[in-house]
Design a protein around this ligand. Structure first.
Ligand SMILES: [Zn+2]
Length: 189
């Protein structure tokens, strides 16, 4: 799926389960981390522009270096080193990473029916164990748009309800309602 969908999906986990800001950030980053192995595309483009010939870093390493158990454990270890201490939070980092893999498994296909992305779960050490789904839908397919819209709606709803949460005093009410009004560009008639 697209990085935006991955971001919204991992943010949904982070926002609903993370205890503090640090946990939320790392749970969210874990959902984006697998695609770090796609950065080889920058090397390919640079080689092409500089006339060094055609390289295949993206084709060879994307979905192989970091889209598996190795990548998940590296991200959990970095999160731990960065101060995420609770076991539950580290499990959520692990789960968020795997949610990315699941999303790629179901909805990351290329334009052709056979252009399916495969998960090499034990990459980069071996290509022996692979996961794939023959019905994987295209990256720009309607299910991905629908999922993105639902996640976006949920994120906005959480943001607004958080702002509205908590008891309102008589002094706070006009200010808070005014803030919501400004969100939707409402003006008094
Ligand atoms: Zn991915």
């Amino acid at each position: 799926m697209s990085p935006i969908t991955h971001f919204l999906a991992s943010w949904a986990i982070a926002e609903s389960c993370g205890k503090d800001r640090r946990e939320r950030v790392w749970i969210c980053l874990a959902g984006l981390a697998p695609d770090l192995d796609g950065l080889g595309i920058a090397v390919d483009v640079a080689n092409d522009l500089l006339g060094r010939g055609v390289s295949q870093w993206y084709a060879v390493y994307h979905h192989f270096l970091f889209h598996g158990l190795f990548g998940a454990l590296v991200v959990v270890a970095i999160s731990r080193a960065a101060g995420v201490a609770r076991w539950k939070a580290l499990l959520l980092v692990f789960a968020s990473f795997h949610l990315h893999l699941l999303c790629d498994l179901v909805g990351a296909r290329g334009p052709a029916v056979y252009d399916i992305w495969v998960i090499y779960y034990f990459g980069p050490f071996t290509r022996a164990v692979t996961f794939y789904w023959m019905h994987q839908w295209p990256l720009n397919g309607w299910p991905n748009f629908l999922i993105t819209l639902i996640l976006l709606g949920w994120t906005l709803w959480r943001a607004v309800s958080r702002k509205m949460a908590g008891p309102m005093s008589a002094e706070q009410a006009p200010r808070r309602l005014g803030r919501v009004g400004r969100c939707f560009n409402l003006r008094p008639l």
